[in-house]
Design a protein around this ligand. Structure first.
Ligand SMILES: Nc1ncnc2c1ncn2[C@@H]1O[C@H](COP(=O)(O)OP(=O)(O)OP(=O)(O)O)[C@@H](O)[C@H]1O
Length: 622
């Protein structure tokens, strides 16, 4: 029954070596065993009767060099919070109710090691601390490209931005991972968003595609969990888990990607990240959850399933992040998100910290989002909903019947220009799943290896398609909008909008699959009469991004009535914090904090001259 390298042993041993150690784990009265040092230690149910691991604990990489003497940071300074966690009944057993933490706090270096479950190094085998410190910036990244981007913040007492990661108190272990990722300096959204979130503020952040939003919400969450004190976890079903942070995203692949990123950022911090998404066997995800979870990354559907099975409780959520937040709150997802955030057991706004991120944020969605926020800061890096100048945008007039041959011409030209005849990675967006399959078939028949990703394919097929695309085995990926948002696929040189979307924001996200992290990219759109309603927003967007707008498109734009893409108030895009709109400020309203579904929220003064907002929120929304 002894697990020589169990989290409990390690925690106890580590505790003894550290300052500020609490009482031993046996004090929680839970089932225990005896550590090598003779101290009784608790072994959670899922670790009992497991063979010992012969592996030593993960080697420390921060060591005593930590310059941060807060408990919970790096190296051997982990003891205080760890002991704190595992002494709490309901957290690590005490009747078996501890879902989140058991097993989460293992290695001396802050990693986790639960018997046979040892934290895998997400950086692969080439993680060498010396190399980490000596290597240069992520190659090919030119964040200077973002330096001139205007930044707008609004809200009460907005914490100031930083210029370097060193200025931010993220903790030694996380700082080391940032260096392992070869992030030399923060991107503009990170410079602003991280200090705001670290100060405990709710945030609605809008920044261009590929500009590093994932790290902007992950770093404060990981850092907060590392240093935070955890309130007592309730005793509930033995198999219910209590994550401390929830990150929701609209697609399975994006959730997987965020999970991969978050695992890198949290390596050896002791913070455990688990992902749950549909289409994959739930039992495997349940087993993973039972091993401990601090940060749960999930798609809404699978999360609702887990909540209804009472396998996850949101009662302990301290951080809620919605990636692609405007998508999460649009008509398709809103009911599910409301159910998760408002109708289960999640703490309300003001108690939890909420972060909403996207590259696009229409004003009507900003209004909706207020239900989820308290006294939030609005941050816009660049114009809300704008595309990055790094993407060269071309629009070509192509009749429906000519699209295939036109695509073929593009691909031939691209192949001719490619390195050693290799096809550059090209992502082709189409409207329908059927259309995707048929175009893929046709491309393959014509000597262009292609694959597809769309909602009618099994999850395994989707994942295989992405792998095959990323590796270059099938350098053309034909996709529906399922691949439009968030996916960070290196080396996508060209995005083709074979069928243009109906909504300009979807266009922004689609083309954002190229031109990421300071790199340049190319986006070509096939436009014809079917896309007339997009003419105006498209022309405006291109102009704004300093792109050449064809004269014929300008003529189309002049004729178009705008439709749903035309946003009133001068700009097509929600170019800024909607709280600054005169319609919103009308009546000297006095809004208040708290997730009141009537629209109450904390926009406590300080915006565009409004001196506080009132309960007449609904009238301001009319
Ligand atoms: N500070 C940094 N230094 C270097 N690279 C970075 C930095 N921050 C993020 N990156 C890299 O930039 C790329 C884009 O980041 P990310 O996927 O978070 O963008 P995003 O803003 O969320 O994009 P999207 O709007 O498409 O979801 C990733 O490959 C990431 O590793």
């Amino acid at each position: 029954m002894t697990t020589r390298t169990s989290w409990a042993d390690l925690a106890a041993n580590s505790a003894a070596e550290n300052v500020g150690v609490g009482s031993s784990s046996a004090s929680n009265g839970a089932v225990g065993t005896t550590s090598a040092a003779g101290r009784p230690v608790y072994v959670p149910p899922h670790l009992r009767n497991r063979p010992s691991s012969s592996d030593p604990p993960a080697p420390t990489s921060t060591g005593a060099a930590s310059s941060n003497d807060r408990p919970g940071y790096g190296g051997s300074r982990w003891a205080a919070p760890r002991t704190d966690y595992y002494n709490r009944s309901g957290y690590s057993g005490g009747g078996g109710g501890g879902g989140g933490r058991p097993g989460g706090w293992g290695g001396r270096s802050g990693g986790w090691d639960r018997g046979r479950d040892r934290e895998v190094n997400p950086f692969g085998n080439d993680d060498d601390t010396e190399q980490v410190f000596s290597e240069q910036e992520n190659t090919g990244i030119n964040f200077d490209a973002y330096e001139d981007i205007p930044v707008e913040t609004s809200g009460d007492n907005v914490p100031p931005p930083v210029n370097t990661f060193a200025e931010i108190d993220l903790g030694e272990a996380l700082n080391l991972n940032i260096r392992r990722c070869k992030y030399v300096k923060p991107t503009p959204v990170q410079r602003h968003a991280i200090p705001i979130s670290l100060a405990g503020r709710d945030l609605m952040a809008c920044a261009q595609t590929g500009s590093g939003k994932t790290a902007a919400f992950c770093f404060p969450i990981i850092s907060g969990i590392m240093r935070g004190q955890v309130p007592q976890r309730p005793l509930r079903g033995a198999r219910t888990v209590y994550p401390l942070a929830l990150i929701l995203s609209p697609t399975r692949e994006l959730s997987m990607q965020i999970h991969e990123e978050a695992k890198k950022f949290s390596y050896q911090t002791g913070v455990k990240v688990v992902v749950a998404y549909g289409g994959a066997p739930i039992n495997q995800q349940l087993r993973e959850l039972e091993r401990g979870v601090d940060i749960l990354v999930a798609t809404p559907g699978r999360l609702v399933d887990l909540l209804e099975r009472a396998r996850v409780s949101l009662q302990m959520i301290r951080y809620l992040a919605l990636d692609e937040a405007d998508r999460m709150l649009d008509m398709g997802f809103e009911p599910q998100i409301r159910k998760i955030v408002e109708q289960m057991d999640m703490p309300p706004p003001g108690v939890r910290q909420t972060m909403l991120f996207s590259a696009t944020f229409p004003k009507e969605i900003q209004r909706l989002a207020c239900d989820f926020l308290a006294n939030y800061v609005f941050l816009a890096v660049g114009r809300v909903g704008s595309s990055t100048d790094l993407i060269v945008q071309r629009v070509e007039f192509v009749h429906e019947s000519d699209k295939r041959s036109h695509l073929m011409d593009l691909l031939h030209a691209q192949r001719a220009n490619g390195v050693q005849g290799k096809q550059a990675l090209t992502l082709v967006f189409v409207e329908t799943k059927k259309g995707a399959d048929s175009l893929e078939h046709w491309l393959c028949m014509n000597g262009f290896p292609a694959t597809t990703i769309h909602g009618d394919r099994s999850q395994q097929e989707r994942e295989q398609a992405l792998r095959s695309f990323k590796s270059g085995a099938t350098p053309i990926l034909v996709a529906t909008d399922v691949a439009a948002r968030g996916l960070d696929i290196p080396h996508v040189a060209h995005v083709v909008n074979f069928d243009l979307p109906n909504d300009i924001d979807d266009y922004v996200h689609r083309i954002g699959r190229t031109g990421r992290a300071g790199k340049t990219g190319l986006a070509t759109a096939f436009f014809n009469d079917n896309n007339a309603s997009l003419a105006r927003p498209l022309a405006d967007l291109m102009q704004e991004a300093n792109q050449e707008v064809p004269a014929w498109l300008t003529r189309y734009a002049a004729r178009s009535f705008g439709g749903r893409n035309r946003r009133p108030g001068g700009g097509r895009f929600g170019g800024r914090d909607f709280r600054r709109d005169s319609s919103f400020n009308r009546g000297n309203l006095d809004y208040y904090g708290g997730g009141n579904s009537a629209g109450g929220y904390a926009a406590s003064g300080g915006y565009g001259g409004g001196s506080g907002y009132g309960p007449g929120v609904t009238s301001a929304w009319d």
